[in-house]
Design a protein around this ligand. Sequence first.
Ligand code: PXP
Length: 241
Amino acid sequence: MPKTQLSVNLNKVALIRNSRGANYPDLLKVAADSENFGANGITLHPRPDERHARYSDISQMKKIVTTELNVEGYPSERFMKMIIENRPHQCTLVPDPPEAITSDTGWNTVKYHNFLKDICTELRKHGIRSSIFVNPDLRMIEGAKKVGVDRIELYTGPYAHQFDQNAHEAIAPYVKASRMARELELGINAGHDLNLQNLTYFIQNIPSTLEVSIGHALICDSLYFGLKNTIQMYLNALEYE
Ligand code: PXP
C-alpha cells in the first residue's frame, strides 16, 4: 500500500497574514519550510471573498512548490480561469456557497452530473488531476465515477465529530465508501477536522487513502509544538506501524 501523503492546508496562515495587511507570516516561506519539514504537498483554498488564501497566492505558490500543489474551491468561472492559468497538480472541487465559513458537506454528484462532468473534462484536458469532495454516501461515489473524476476526497467532518463517542461507528460509513471507491478505481483522499487524535485510526481502517489535507488542527498544534515538530507528528501518525 503506498504511504498516505500529507498535504498541509495553509489557509489559516493566510488568515493571520491578512489580519494585519503586511506579508507576515510569509505564505511562500511557510510553504517552503513545510516541504523541508516533510510535508508531501501544500493545499490552498481561495474563497470568493479571499479572506484566507488569495487568488494571487496561487500563481506564486505554483512557482515555488516542489512537492504537489492542491487547490480547492467551488468551480466558478473565475476559479476555473485561475486553475487553468496556473495548473496546480490537483484541483479539488467543493460545493461551498460563497458565504460558507468552511466546507461542511460534499457534492450531490447525481444532481450536478452535467456540471461536474464538464469541469472534470476541462481539468483533464489541461493535465490537472481532479478530485471531488463527497460525503461517504455510496450513491454519491457512484455519481463521482460517472462524471469522470480521478479521485474523491471523503469529507471527514462527521467522522471527526463522532470519533470521541464511538470510533467504530464513526468509521463504518467511510470503510464502505472507500471499498466502493476502490472497486470503481477512484483514488481516495480525505480531509476536514482530521487531527492527531483521529488520524491514525482513519488510516488504519482505510490504508488506501492516498492523501489527507489538514489545516486547522495542524496549525493549532504548531502554536504549541512548532511547525517542524508538528508536521513530523502528523507524518508519524500516518506511519502507525
Ligand atoms: N478539505 C476541504 C475540501 C476543505 O475545505 C478543508 C478546509 O479548508 C480541508 C480539507 C481541511 O480541513 P481542516 O482545516 O479542518 O483540516
